[in-house]
Design a protein. Structure first.
Length: 319
C-alpha cells in the first residue's frame, strides 16, 4: 500500500499543475463556462440550449423581412451563412431571396450562377433605370430559393452612386417591387463599411453578424455596432441586430471557447445559441455549387444551419 501511494503521489502533483503550453492570464469566465459545459447540458455558448421547434408551415407569403449579413472583416463566413441559412429557411417552406451585394460575386458562384456571363446584374439595377428586378432574379437548384446575382461590375457602383440623391436608399428602392414575393431576403454584404454596406443596412430590418471564433475578428465588432447605431439613428429607425453568430468554432481549442465566452459576456442574448463549427464540408459544398443542406444533408454543419433557421424564426427574425 505504501509503495502504491508513493507511486501515485507524483502523478497527482503533475495533474494539479497547469499545463506548460497554457496561455497566461486565461479568461476566468471562459474557463468556468467550459468546465460547466462539461459538467452539465450546456450549449457551446455556455448557456442552456433551448429547444427550437420546427416552424409551422406558412399559409401565405410576404411581405419579406430583409436581413443584412454584415461584418467588415472578410473571411468570417458571411457568404457561407447566407447560402446555407437561406437554404435551411427554404426547407422550412419559406420563400427566400439571396442578394449578392459583394463585387467578388462569391454568393453567385457558390450557387452555380456564372455571373460574369450575365449582361444585367444588381449593378445595373442600382445605376440604371428601366430594369425590372424580377427579370434579374435567378432561380437556384433549391426549391424556394432565388438569387439576385452580382459580379465585378458592382465594384464601380460606389463611385457612381456618390452623386445620387438619397444614395443610401437605392437598394431599398430596387428591392421594393419583390417584397411581397418572398418571406425573407438575405443580403450578403461586402467586407467593408462603405456605401454598398450602408445601402444594405438602410434597406434591412435586421442584421446578422457572423463572427469568426478568433481574437482579431472580435476587434471590429464594436465599430460595426457603432455604425449600425448611427444608421438606426439617421437613416433606418427600424434596424435592429437580430444576432451575432459564432462561426468557424472548434470546441477542442481553448481559444475558440474563450472567444465565444467573451462575446456572450459582452453581448448577452444578442448572441445566437447556435454555433457553426469549422468543417471541410463547407468548402466542399461551395465547390459543388450547392448548400451543405443538399450536398450532405445529414452532416452536423447542415443541422447547425437548420437549427439557426429555427432559432431565427423563434426570435422573430424571420416569418
Amino acid at each position: 500500500m505504501d509503495a502504491e501511494t508513493a507511486t501515485q503521489a507524483p502523478r497527482a502533483d503533475t495533474h494539479a499543475s497547469a499545463p506548460e503550453d497554457q496561455l497566461p492570464g486565461i479568461n476566468v469566465v471562459a474557463r468556468s463556462r467550459a468546465d460547466a459545459g462539461a459538467a452539465s447540458d450546456l450549449g457551446p455558448t455556455g448557456r442552456a440550449l433551448p429547444d427550437f421547434p420546427e416552424p409551422a408551415p406558412l399559409t401565405a407569403h410576404g411581405p419579406a423581412r430583409i436581413i443584412a449579413m454584415c461584418n467588415q472583416k472578410g473571411g468570417v463566413g458571411k457568404t457561407t451563412t447566407t447560402i446555407n441559412l437561406g437554404a435551411a429557411l427554404a426547407e422550412y417552406g419559406r420563400r427566400v431571396l439571396l442578394v449578392d451585394f459583394d463585387p467578388q460575386g462569391a454568393l453567385s458562384v457558390g450557387l452555380g450562377i456564372a455571373a460574369h456571363q450575365l449582361d444585367v446584374t444588381i449593378y445595373n439595377l442600382l445605376t440604371e433605370r428601366g430594369h425590372d428586378v424580377r427579370d434579374v432574379v435567378r432561380p437556384t437548384k433549391v426549391a424556394g430559393l432565388d438569387i439576385l446575382p452580382a459580379n465585378i461590375d458592382l465594384s464601380a457602383a460606389e463611385v457612381q452612386l456618390v452623386g445620387e440623391v438619397a444614395r443610401e436608399q437605392i437598394l431599398a428602392r430596387v428591392l421594393r417591387p419583390v417584397l411581397d414575393d418572398y418571406d425573407v431576403i438575405l443580403i450578403d454584404c461586402q467586407p467593408s463599411l462603405g456605401l454598398l454596406t450602408v445601402n444594405a443596412l438602410t434597406a434591412a430590418h435586421g442584421v446578422v453578424i457572423p463572427l469568426e471564433c478568433e481574437f482579431f475578428a472580435m476587434r471590429g465588432v464594436a465599430l460595426l455596432v457603432e455604425t449600425i447605431e448611427k444608421i438606426t439613428d439617421r437613416l433606418n429607425p427600424r434596424l435592429q441586430i437580430d444576432g451575432i453568430l459564432a462561426t468557424m468554432y472548434d470546441g477542442r481549442t481553448l481559444h475558440s471557447r474563450e472567444v465565444v465566452a467573451s462575446v456572450v459576456e459582452h453581448f448577452g442574448d444578442q448572441v445566437f445559441h447556435t454555433v457553426i463549427s469549422r468543417t471541410v464540408k463547407f468548402p466542399d459544398a461551395t465547390l459543388a455549387a450547392e448548400p451543405i443542406t443538399t450536398y450532405d444533408s445529414t452532416h452536423k454543419g447542415a443541422n447547425a444551419y437548420r437549427q439557426l433557421a429555427r432559432e431565427l424564426i423563434a426570435r422573430g427574425g424571420a416569418a
